[in-house]
Ligand binder design. Structure first.
Ligand SMILES: [Zn+2]
Length: 126
């Protein structure tokens, strides 16, 4: 087991979205480090990708959970996303659906959904 405590983020590739999510997970999950899997428009993508691709994402997240003992997985969607150009309501619906997908993976972790607003602040959706 690695030194320190870990959480996990499934986030967009967007560089602007990384720091707010990392900071939120560190503070609210009370962990030292945040392992991050990035996918363009992650909130939308998790509900649209093929089962093969989804299994690959689950595998990446499972390393964080199993090897680092992560107890929280945060799925984030953000304002101004190039990969999923949608309004806030559509993003929130996608975040909720993505949380359901990840909860279905049966990992022993809390799963939360985060919205990053136009001020790059985090709002917890799920
Ligand atoms: Zn994005």
């Amino acid at each position: 087991m690695a030194q320190g405590t870990f959480g996990t983020a499934i986030n967009c590739i967007d560089g602007r979205a990384q720091e707010p999510v990392t900071a939120w997970v560190r503070a609210n999950g009370q962990v030292d480090y945040v392992d991050t899997v990035t996918i363009p428009g992650a909130d939308h993508a998790l509900t649209q990708m093929t089962l093969d691709r989804l299994a690959q994402v689950r595998e990446m997240v499972a390393v964080s959970v199993n090897a680092h003992g992560s107890g929280i997985i945060a799925i984030a969607g953000h304002h101004g996303c190039a990969a999923f150009s949608a309004d806030r309501e559509q993003h929130e619906a996608a975040i909720r659906a993505a949380v359901d997908v990840v909860r279905g993976w049966g990992l022993p972790t809390r799963v939360v959904g985060l919205w990053i607003n136009d001020q790059w602040q985090i709002e917890q959706v799920v």
